[in-house]
Design a protein around this ligand. Sequence first.
Ligand code: ZN
Length: 78
Amino acid sequence: MKCIYCQGTIERNFAPFHISRKGCHLTLNEVPAWVCGQCGEAYFEEKEVELIQDMIRIIQEHSDRMKTDTPTQHVQFA
Ligand SMILES: [Zn+2]
């Protein structure tokens, strides 16, 4: 497999991944990916992309829940 941009050799490595959805920004520093040794372009496999989409879904569910929660008491963490 060659890089589609520069025809360089791509190798199994790690690459940062950024995603933004409805006011939710997720940055992962090290996601397994195929990375071009020449230009650094990263190619993510479906398996990893699906996991990231799952993460986004969970984060959105939690953040939606946070918005609908009305604070009833003040909780102090010692
Ligand atoms: Zn390349």
